[in-house]
Design a protein around this ligand. Structure first.
Ligand code: NCD
Length: 306
């Protein structure tokens, strides 16, 4: 298995063996995430974020710092030369002179793939429009593994905006490598993208549902997502589905005691804050797992860990 120099554009570029190896590497990073390391001393990560972000950008930067490396970049594309009309290919061919690896988030699908075609250094996709968010899927898998001790055999529901939510696209592809039962819960108009559904259906058991109350009693993992307001072409369509789901204590009475709730965050109103104090809530542990996973990915891609 070779990771040094590789791009991370789509989770589909990785086999189950490779994903398992990445999960193992993340496990090994846990102590270093607490005490730090100089494994990536002298290495530079550039973060080019053309869309808002809190966790993805900051956890990549924190992961780099914890491994002794440093970071450069922008989180506000308005102040970069893009504003003057520079295209992505030129931006990438510039930044590769300053950095050993580039993490990029862009509103257009295919943007990370395009960047990788031009760049000589590895490109990590930190979110490409509504398409994919592979590093989020890896930290989601890592969280499930850590909390449940395994991934195979679980019943998992992805809830919310399965049409525009990129995290659920990558996670569905990732989970299709494992022996899981997947339930896709969404309003009719926000059903899972057809191309994702068709690919995963051939590999694992998949059901589609609109009523969360119906499926909750069987679940081991409930993965909740935000309705992606900014991606709706028509605000009237958003108003129709706004507030479709709300996970609260009443609904959780039906759940198994050890069911865990995950969310990529940010949350708006889809999980009531009263849920935060229950043993089900794992979304802030998930944030910690994000830094551990990103340390593993940077170490693998930059060849510091074999
Ligand atoms: C998600 C994203 O940007 O796709 N956030 C994240 O990276 N953790 C989810 C979202 O915006 O709803």
């Amino acid at each position: 298995m070779e990771f040094a120099g590789r791009d991370i554009i789509s989770i589909r570029d990785f086999s189950r063996e490779e994903i398992d190896y990445i999960l193992k590497t993340a496990q090994a990073m846990e102590p270093l995430a607490k005490k730090g390391s100089d494994m990536l001393k002298g290495k530079i990560l550039a973060t080019l974020f053309f869309e808002p972000s809190t966790r993805t950008r900051l956890s990549f930067e924190a992961a780099m710092h914890k491994l002794g490396g440093s970071t450069i970049g922008f989180a506000e594309a308005e102040i970069a030369s893009v504003r003057k009309g520079e295209n992505l290919a030129d931006t990438v061919r510039t930044v590769e002179n300053y950095a050993d690896v580039i993490a990029i988030r862009h509103p257009l699908e295919g943007a990370a793939r395009l960047a990788a075609e031009f760049a000589k250094v590895p490109i990590i996709n930190g979110g490409s429009g509504a398409e994919e968010h592979p590093t989020q899927a890896l930290l989601d898998l890592y969280t499930i593994l850590k909390e449940k001790g395994m991934i195979d055999g679980l019943k998992i529901a992805l809830v919310g905006d399965l049409r525009y939510g990129r995290t659920v696209h990558s996670l569905a592809y990732a989970l299709s490598n494992y022996d899981v039962e997947l339930c896709l819960v969404s309003p009719e108009s926000l059903k899972m993208r057809r191309e994702v559904l068709e690919e995963i259906k051939g590999k694992i058991s998949v059901t589609e549902e609109t009523d969360i109350a119906k499926v909750i009693p069987n679940l081991d993992v409930l993965y909740v997502t935000r309705i992606q307001k900014e991606r709706f072409p028509d605000p009237a369509e958003y108003m129709k589905v706004k507030g479709s789901y709300r996970i609260d204590l009443e609904l959780l009475k039906k759940a198994k005691k050890d069911m865990i709730i995950l969310h990529p965050l940010p949350r708006v109103d889809e999980i009531a804050s009263e849920v935060d104090g229950t043993p089900h809530a794992r979304y802030f542990q998930q944030v910690w797992n994000g830094i551990v996973m990103r340390m593993a990915l940077l170490a693998l891609i930059l060849g510091a860990v074999k």
